[in-house]
Design a protein around this ligand. Structure first.
Ligand code: SF4
Length: 120
């Protein structure tokens, strides 16, 4: 099976042609640098994503605060991660970049605020 994927590691956006046999990558072509091959392996074997969401607040100037993970997490665990984020009720003011949940799902990524929010 051949899968086509656009490399997003730089603005060139090379179209990668990935040969896959029995769930294993046998060949990557179309990449103009080694990063493309690394990207193909990452994306096919263990896709990762930065998760963005919002958390509810209590007593703050906004009802919800936008948040994101500070590093990519496995795509396969996004729903589980969302369930954890939904449990958060932020009651103290936060600054941009401040951790609102440490070590999400025990995978070493923190959930951080992406804006300043003060008390109501
Ligand atoms: S393969 Fe290399 S040159 Fe092409 S988009 Fe990816 S990083 Fe950029």
């Amino acid at each position: 099976m051949i899968k086509l994927l656009t490399c997003i590691e730089c603005p060139k956006g090379c179209v990668l042609s990935i040969d896959i046999e029995s769930c294993c990558i046998t060949k990557v072509s179309g990449n103009e640098c080694p990063k493309g091959e690394e990207y193909a392996h990452q994306e096919i074997e263990n896709p990762m994503r930065i998760l963005t969401s919002v958390v509810l607040t209590q007593g703050l100037a906004l009802k919800m605060v936008p948040v994101r993970t500070d590093k990519p997490i496995p795509k396969s665990r996004i729903m589980e991660a969302m369930d954890e984020i939904k449990k958060i009720r932020l009651e103290k003011s936060v600054k941009t970049g401040e951790i609102v949940l440490e070590n999400l799902l025990g995978i070493g990524a923190n959930v951080i605020s992406v804006r300043d929010v003060g008390l109501a």
